[in-house]
Write a protein of this length. Structure first.
Length: 243
């Protein structure tokens, strides 16, 4: 099982990445990769350098139970160093396992849009982009909505500023969360509440993942102590196509 609240399992046929925007500053995957490298874990011999792991491609094929997979929690499938042919192999596995649902999240939205400009998106693949701020995050939404996908989502985590008005037409799910770990930047309650309100008005499912290291009261503490309530409620909505 995954510790990520909005998925069930992680599948990492690619590990390692390069920082591209402010949301990457305190990358949890980089910290975890260094730790796994020190432990001698398979697949992390290169730490957080880009690594293709074709031996992991068959993992979902061996699981019959319908499962929600977060694809490449330790990387970005659409970063420049991943060969198109390898992405094709990942999509072949997704198509071969229609009992599973795959959540694919990227910060390289232009690359994802280009890839699917000549390919069909599998119905069981959810496509998402990270939207941490206005300058880098919000432009990714247009790339996402221009892809003909059955389910599209936004991961607004870590939420680093007030995003203002969001273009939610064609978006089915929005995840919001604050930052945790060393050097975490605080998230203001009104930023998250504004996104929640926009989702409600637009009929978009809203999921509040966590406050992170800074609580709604602006106090720094353990993220578990800060909890997952926003405006007095736990928001665990998920697109209906998943059930």
């Amino acid at each position: 099982m995954s510790r990520i609240e909005w998925t069930e399992q992680t599948w990492n046929p690619v590990t390692g990445c390069i920082k591209v925007s402010p949301g990457c500053k305190h990358c949890y995957a980089e910290t975890m990769a260094r730790r796994l490298q020190a432990m001698g874990a398979p697949g992390y011999e290169n730490g957080f350098q880009l690594s293709l792991l074709p031996e992991r491609l068959e993992q979902p094929l061996r699981r019959r139970k319908p499962t929600m997979y977060f694809v490449n929690s330790m990387s970005d499938l659409f970063q420049d160093g991943v060969p198109i042919e390898f992405i094709d192999q990942v999509m072949d596995v997704i198509r071969a396992t229609p009992q599973h649902t795959y959540q694919i999240l990227t910060k390289r939205s232009a690359n994802m849009r280009e890839y699917f400009s000549s390919r069909l998106v599998p119905d069981n693949a959810w496509l998402g982009v990270s939207v941490e701020d206005r300058k880098y995050g919000k432009p990714r939404i247009a790339d996402l909505t221009n892809i003909d996908a059955r389910t599209r989502f936004l991961s607004v985590e870590p939420l680093l500023e007030n995003l203002g008005s969001l273009e939610l037409e064609g978006i089915h799910w929005v995840i919001v969360g604050g930052e945790s770990g060393f050097g975490a930047r605080p998230m203001q309650a009104e930023w998250a509440i504004d996104i929640r309100n926009q989702c409600i008005r637009a009929g978009v499912d809203f999921f509040f993942k966590q406050w992170g290291a800074w609580g709604a009261d602006g106090i720094h503490r353990n993220k578990k102590a800060n909890g997952r309530q926003l405006d007095g409620k736990v928001w665990d909505m998920i697109p209906s196509v998943a059930v």
